[in-house]
Design a protein around this ligand. Structure first.
Ligand SMILES: Nc1ncnc2c1ncn2[C@@H]1O[C@H](COP(=O)(O)OP(=O)(O)O)[C@@H](O)[C@H]1O
Ligand SMILES: N[C@@H](CCOP(=O)(O)O)C(=O)O
Length: 321
């Protein structure tokens, strides 16, 4: 499932001459996507990924694709958009915006070990630093304003204890977002959805981050919290796995040292990132958009993580000297 707009080899053969990629040799639909139509394509120059954007418009796409181009040009491992002969990286195909990007080697890592977490932590820090001077700004569209809008929509579907948790956590996050500590946090373009299935590994070698379509400007610490809450936990209980947490945090800190404000903000941020995905999963579960989400992700997974992060102090981001 999930090639919404079919593209044949003949279609590709007619379209590809606008790029300097040689002749089209093969095209294969990718079944695992849920937002866009994705294809592996082979041309005389090599293998690439073609994406037809089903929902994002020509106006919305530059933030994501120019960010990927900027990061790739600064040595961050991400798919690099391929320009056509006129320099455009977003081009129409079957009436929708489309892009060709470089194909990352390997597979995503479903059972990460500390070595994988360290590689992700170091690359994430490198990405945050490299994105600092990216000139296009877009807020995280799944940030606090969206949590405020979405909470009253999903509350009626929850039992009493779930309602109480959601209300209390939203109030806690609103309060935290207006604190001096929050204002001191470094921010900029972040991935905001760097789950295990959005990073490729070839063996133990990280080959790239992908799926940037939830990216936006937010605190770097929020991005790290999203990543830790997926990569460094026991998936059944949501409990943090300390060897993986330490590996990721230490590798991040070695590239971009944490600040004192970030140390204080770490527990609220782990809670914020759990809240963000609890809300989106609740929304997709109880208010599914027609034929879009085939098997909704389980919202209780992030409710469990949120309860864990509220109940237990966060591990230190770094040991103060
Ligand atoms: N640049 C890339 N290199 C290698 N594989 C990719 C690349 N982009 C996407 N894929 C493959 O396509 C699948 C779906 O991509 P994804 O971005 O998650 O789609 P969607 O945004 O539709 O959910 C990924 O799981 C991965 O296997
Ligand atoms: N990572 C999110 C869902 C986003 O889906 P993706 O497959 O496009 O990353 C979640 O797990 O809720």
């Amino acid at each position: 499932m999930a090639v919404f707009t079919p593209v044949s080899l003949d279609d590709l053969t007619r379209w590809i001459p606008t790029f300097s990629l040689g002749k089209a040799l093969a095209i294969k639909g990718i079944s695992s996507g849920i937002e866009n139509s994705n294809f592996f394509i082979t041309t005389e120059r090599g293998e690439y990924v073609l994406t037809i954007f089903e929902k994002l418009s020509f106006e919305q796409l530059p933030f994501y694709l120019e960010l990927m181009r900027h990061l790739a040009q600064h040595g961050v491992l991400v798919p690099e958009p391929i320009p056509n002969q006129e320099g455009a990286i977003i081009n129409p195909l079957h009436g929708k915006p489309a892009a060709i990007v470089t194909k990352l080697d390997g597979e995503w890592q479903p059972a990460p070990a500390p070595i994988h977490c360290a590689a992700v932590g170091a690359m994430l820090a490198k990405m945050h630093v490299a994105a600092q001077d990216f000139p296009i700004r877009q807020p995280n569209l799944r940030g606090l304003s969206w949590w405020r809008e979405t909470t009253p929509v999903v509350l009626p579907y929850l039992p009493q204890d779930g309602q109480a948790l959601l209300r209390t956590e939203l109030a806690f996050q609103e309060n935290f977002a207006s604190s001096d500590t929050y204002r001191q946090l470094q921010h900029g373009p972040v991935h905001a959805d760097l789950f295990r299935n959005n990073v490729m590994f070839d063996g133990d070698r990280l080959t790239g981050f992908f799926d940037f379509y939830f990216a936006g400007c937010d605190t770097w610490l929020f991005d790290l919290a999203v990543t830790v809450n997926d990569w460094c936990i026991d998936l059944d209980s949501g409990v943090l796995d300390m060897p993986r947490v330490r590996a990721m945090l230490d590798a991040y800190h070695a590239v971009r040292p944490f600040s004192a404000a970030e140390q204080i903000a770490w527990q609220p941020m782990l809670r914020a990132s759990a809240l963000r995905f609890w809300l989106s999963r609740l929304y997709d579960f109880y208010l599914p958009r027609a034929a879009e989400i085939l098997t909704p992700h389980d919202p209780t997974h992030f409710e469990r993580i949120l309860r864990q992060r509220v109940a237990h102090p966060a591990p230190a981001l770094y040991q103060a000297e």
